[in-house]
Design a protein. Structure first.
Length: 251
């Protein structure tokens, strides 16, 4: 049974509210409890309305915050600001989009790519090697996989070109704050489960003057160590600096 098609709207509403609780809670025990409540409420509602019980409803909404669990679906972004961001990929939400992220990551596509559009109070966008916001990969564009998952803080969603819903390719964005106005208009495929403070520290701008980069993207299953911190560039010594140097006093 496909949840997104046959699930009654009333149950989706309950599930969406529970999902918000899951996303906003940083406590793992609270998340587990909320997931259990969600599964129970949704199951009872479905039994009453359709006599069908989808086995995967709890798994659909639950975002496992343990990066060691199912490492094949944990996306790691090592940023130039010195942090590692862990993102739980959810094939249940958008299987083709998750597969695209994995494919490009294994190709090294995202390594060195900047966050080219970062809006305070909204989101940070990356995934374009040209850094202009108009580029992508050589792979074909994806058909939309819009779902009922809300754009909460830490939600990871696929960007697209203009009003074309089937134009997602390689660009993605991470939401700083809940932004429900874009729900159902972009394909949500994951949620940040670690390093959100490093997401918050991404340099703002459209584009930023000194953009934050993805130094390395990997799947946790690849077991790639985080790159060594980048050394600060040596300061160039100019003629003006030499002319303005304080003379040696001889003491």
């Amino acid at each position: 049974m496909t949840i997104r098609i046959s699930m009654p709207s009333r149950v989706w509403m309950k599930a969406g509210i529970a999902a918000m609780a899951l996303g906003l809670s940083g406590n793992a025990m609270a998340q587990d409890s909320a997931a259990e409540d969600l599964a129970q409420d949704a199951t009872e509602a479905l039994e009453a309305e359709t006599n069908e019980v989808p086995a995967s409803i709890a798994d659909y909404w639950t975002v496992d915050a343990d990066a060691a669990a199912d490492p094949e679906n944990v996306w790691l972004l090592d940023l130039s600001n010195g942090g590692r961001v862990a993102i739980r990929l959810k094939p249940q939400w958008a299987p083709e989009h998750v597969e695209r992220i994995k494919t490009l990551t294994q190709q090294g596509f995202y390594d060195g790519v900047i966050f080219h559009r970062v809006i305070e109070g909204f989101m940070a966008q990356s995934g374009d090697p040209s850094g202009t916001g108009r580029g992508g990969s050589e792979l074909p564009d994806l058909k939309e996989e819009f779902n009922r998952v809300p754009h909460l803080r830490g939600t990871v969603s696929m960007a697209r070109m203009g009003n074309s819903v089937d134009s997602a390719n390689s660009q993605f964005f991470i939401v700083f704050y809940p932004t429900m106005a874009i729900d159902g208009k972009y394909t949500v495929f994951g949620r940040v489960i670690g390093g959100m403070d490093k997401v918050d520290a991404i340099t703002r701008g459209e584009p930023p003057a000194n953009p934050t980069r993805i130094v390395q993207a990997s799947l946790a299953s690849q077991n790639k160590p985080a790159p060594a911190p980048m050394a600060a560039p040596a300061q160039e010594i100019t003629a003006d600096m030499l002319n303005n140097a304080v003379p040696d006093s001889g003491q």
